[in-house]
Design a protein around this ligand. Sequence first.
Ligand SMILES: *[C@@H]1O[C@H](CO)[C@@H](O)[C@H](O)[C@H]1NC(C)=O
Ligand SMILES: *[C@@H]1O[C@H](CO)[C@@H](O)[C@H](O)[C@H]1NC(C)=O
Ligand SMILES: *[C@@H]1O[C@H](CO)[C@@H](O)[C@H](O)[C@H]1NC(C)=O
Ligand SMILES: *[C@@H]1O[C@H](CO)[C@@H](O)[C@H](O)[C@H]1NC(C)=O
Ligand SMILES: *[C@@H]1O[C@H](CO)[C@@H](O)[C@H](O)[C@H]1NC(C)=O
Ligand SMILES: *[C@@H]1O[C@H](CO)[C@@H](O)[C@H](O)[C@H]1NC(C)=O
Ligand SMILES: *[C@@H]1O[C@H](CO)[C@@H](O)[C@H](O)[C@H]1NC(C)=O
Ligand SMILES: *[C@@H]1O[C@H](CO)[C@@H](O)[C@H](O)[C@H]1NC(C)=O
Length: 685
Amino acid sequence: MIIHPLHLLLLLIKILLFRSIFALDFVFNGFDSSDLLIYGNATLESRVLTVTNDTTFSIGRALYQSKIPTKSPNSSAVLPFSTSFIFSIAPSKSKNILPGHGLVFIFVPSTGIDGSSSAQHLGLFNRTNDGDSNNHVFGIEFDVFENQEFNDRSDNHVGIDVNSLTSVTAEDAGYWPDDDDSFEELSLNNGVNYQVWIDYLDSQLNVTMAPVGLRRPRQPLMAVDLNLSDVLLEEMYVGFCGATGRLAENHRILSWSFSNSNFSLSEELITMNLPSFVPPNNSFFRSKGFIAGITVATIVAIGFSILISLVLVKGKQRRRRDREAMEDWELEYWPHRMTYQDVSTATKGFSEENVIGIGGNGKVYKGVLVGGIEVAVKRISHESGDKMREFLAEVSSLGRLKHRNLVGLRGWCKREKESLILIYDYMENGSLDKRVFECEESMILSWEDRVRVLKDVAAGVMYLHEGWEARVLHRDIKASNVLLDKDMNGRLADFGLARMHGHGQVANTTRVVGTVGYMAPEVVRSGRASAQTDVFCFGVLILEVACGRRPIEDGKPPLVEWVWGLMERGELVSALDERLKARGGFDDEEVERVLHLGLLCAYPDHHSRPTMRQVVKVLEGKSEVDELEEEGMNVYLLDKLKSTKMWSKHRRSLGRGGHPTFKEIRESLTSSMPLFGSDIIVEGR
Ligand SMILES: *[C@@H]1O[C@H](CO)[C@@H](O)[C@H](O)[C@H]1NC(C)=O
Ligand SMILES: *[C@@H]1O[C@H](CO)[C@@H](O)[C@H](O)[C@H]1NC(C)=O
Ligand SMILES: *[C@@H]1O[C@H](CO)[C@@H](O)[C@H](O)[C@H]1NC(C)=O
Ligand SMILES: *[C@@H]1O[C@H](CO)[C@@H](O)[C@H](O)[C@H]1NC(C)=O
Ligand SMILES: *[C@@H]1O[C@H](CO)[C@@H](O)[C@H](O)[C@H]1NC(C)=O
Ligand SMILES: *[C@@H]1O[C@H](CO)[C@@H](O)[C@H](O)[C@H]1NC(C)=O
Ligand SMILES: *[C@@H]1O[C@H](CO)[C@@H](O)[C@H](O)[C@H]1NC(C)=O
Ligand SMILES: *[C@@H]1O[C@H](CO)[C@@H](O)[C@H](O)[C@H]1NC(C)=O
C-alpha cells in the first residue's frame, strides 16, 4: 500500500486530536485486582489473570475497569487503537482431557457474562445470539477446537469475530519471521507464552503474534480491511473471555497494554522472567499410564515410523499423480459430471436468495436442473489441498453409496483447480432439528414420526457400517445432519467427515472431529473414531429427538446424564418431550424402550454399546432381549445391567455393592484406562 504524505499528515493530526481529547493509555505488567472487573470463573493469582483453569465447563471474563472511548463523539469515526498482550494456553494436568476451547480478546458493550455459554461458544455468545448484529461485539479468538458449526479452519487458529463465532477471517496460529519467508506455525495450547499485537487504524486491522521475547514480526499474521463503525458503540468495555467445555485447558493473560495514540506502547510490556506454564516433560513419565503404556507406545511408535516412511516414499509419487489419479477415478465413478454452466443456471448464478443452508463446508443452494429436477448444490470454494482431499473422500464415498436413507449424490462439477461443487437430491422437508427444536407447534414431529425417522437413520448408519466393502464412519451424526425428504423419510447427510477404512480395523485420526455434545468419551480422550463412536452419536440423537432437548444446554446437566438420572429414579418416561406429552399419541412402554436404547448406545464404555445392526433390530421390534443376549450383547435393558459382566466389573472396581451411578462408571473408566496411545496421536499432529 502506498500512503500519500498528505494522508499521513492527516492521520497524524487525527491521532494527535484523539490523543488530546480522548487518549487512553494503560500498561499492566501483571494485574492488581483494582485493574480489572472479573466475572464467572476467572481469577487473579500472583498478578496473573486466569481466565479459566482446566475445570470443565467454565467461563471466565475480565474487562478493563471502565468503559473506554471507541468513537469520536457524534461521529461514526472509530478511534485508532493499538493493544498488545501476553497469553498462555496450557493443557490440562489431567492427561485424559483433550484441550479446548479458546481465548478471545474482546470489545463488548456491557459488563458481566450474561448470555454467554461455555464450550464452543468461548464464553462470548450463546446458541441464540451468535451472529446477531445487535451484539456489538468484536473479538480476536485463539481457538484450539475445529468446530464445524462455525466453519473453523483448523484446531489451532486465530480468527477475527464480528458479532459471531463464525470468523470474518481466520489463519492458523503462527508468524512470519522477518528474515525468512516461510511461515512458522505456533501451537496455541502448549503452555508457551505468546505475545499478540492488535492494531487498528483507518479501517485496517492487523493481528500479529510471536513467541514472547521475539521482536514484533514486520509482517502481520492477518491484515484486513474492516470498518468497525457499525460494530463498536461510542464507548465499549475491552478485555478477555474464554471457556472450557468437556474439553478443557488453562487460559491465562500475563500482561496487557492498550493505547489510542501510541502505537509503540507495547514495548512497555516486560518479556523477561515471566512465569512459565509449559507442562514439565517428566509429568508424563511419572503418570500411572506410562509403565503400562510404554510397551504399547513402543509398538505403536514402531508402527507409526514404518507408516510414516511408507507415506514419505509414496507421498512424492502420489502428489505428482494426484491430478491424473483423480481423472481416472472420475471416469470410473462419475458418469454424472455436470458443466459449471448448468449448475450456475440452476442456482440462478449462486444467488443469495437460493441459499438454503450453511454447512460445515460451505453454502448450500437450492437449484432446479433442466427438466425441473430440484437439487441442493453444495459449493466448496477455494479450498486448500487438505480440504480438497476431504471432499474427494466425501464424493467418492457418497457417490458410490446408494441407500434410501442416505441423501443421494446426483453429480458433481469442478470449477478451476481448487473448487468443487456437489449436487445432491433436494430434501423438501429440511432438517430434523428444525422439526424437533425450532418450529411452530404444527410443524413438530409426532412421536410416531420421530421413531420412524430414527429407524431410517439407523438403517442409513448400518448401511454405512456394514453395507459396503469398506466401512464408512459418519463421525458427525446429529439432528441437523438428518434431512427429511418429501415423504418425510429420514436421510443422513453430510459425509464431509467420512473417511473410509477396511472392515475390522480401527480408524486412526490425528485430529478430533465432530460436534461438541455428540462426541463419545473415548473420542474426547483419544481422538479415535470407530463404529462405536457413531453408535454413541446415534444414542445422543435418539435422546435429543425423544426428549426435545439439545445434548448440551446452558445451566442444565448434559442430556445423557440427565436421562440416566431419571432412569435410575424410575422416572424415565418423564424425559419425553413436553410438547409430545401434551399431545399424546405414544405408548409409555415404547417410549421407555426407545430411551433405554438411546442410553445404551450412549453408554460411556464403548465395549458395551450395541452394534448398529442390533440397534436396527431393536427399533424394528424384531429383537427381544434374550435374543440380543444370545448374540453376545451382554447389556440391553439397563436395569438388567446388574446381572451382566460389565456391571459387576464396575461394581468391583468401585469396591462396593449396589448400583454405580452414571458418573461413577464414567469416572472409573477414565481412571482405569490410561491413554498412552492418545498422547502419541494427539501430539503427533
Ligand atoms: C464457575 O462459575 C459458575 C457460575 O458463575 C459456578 O456455578 C461454578 O461453580 C463455577 N465453577 C467453579 C469451578 O468455580
Ligand atoms: C479453578 O478455578 C475455580 C474458580 O473459578 C476454583 O474454585 C478451583 O479451585 C480452580 N481449580 C484448580 C484446580 O485450580
Ligand atoms: C454531541 O451531540 C450532543 C447532542 O446530540 C451535544 O450535546 C454535544 O455537545 C455534541 N458533542 C460534540 C463534541 O459535538
Ligand atoms: C443468549 O443471550 C441473550 C442475551 O445476550 C439472552 O437474551 C438469551 O436468552 C440467551 N439465550 C440462551 C439460550 O441462553
Ligand atoms: C498493517 O500491516 C501492513 C503491512 O505490514 C502495514 O502496511 C500497515 O500500516 C499496518 N496497519 C496498521 C493499522 O498497523
Ligand atoms: C465506515 O462505515 C461508516 C458507516 O457505516 C462510514 O460512515 C465511514 O465512512 C466508514 N469508514 C471508512 C474509513 O470507510
Ligand atoms: C510511546 O511509547 C513508547 C514506549 O513506552 C515511548 O518510548 C514513546 O515515547 C511513546 N511516544 C509518545 C509519543 O508518547
Ligand atoms: C522438554 O523436552 C524438550 C525436548 O525433548 C526440550 O526442548 C524442552 O526444553 C524440555 N522442556 C522442559 C520444561 O524441560
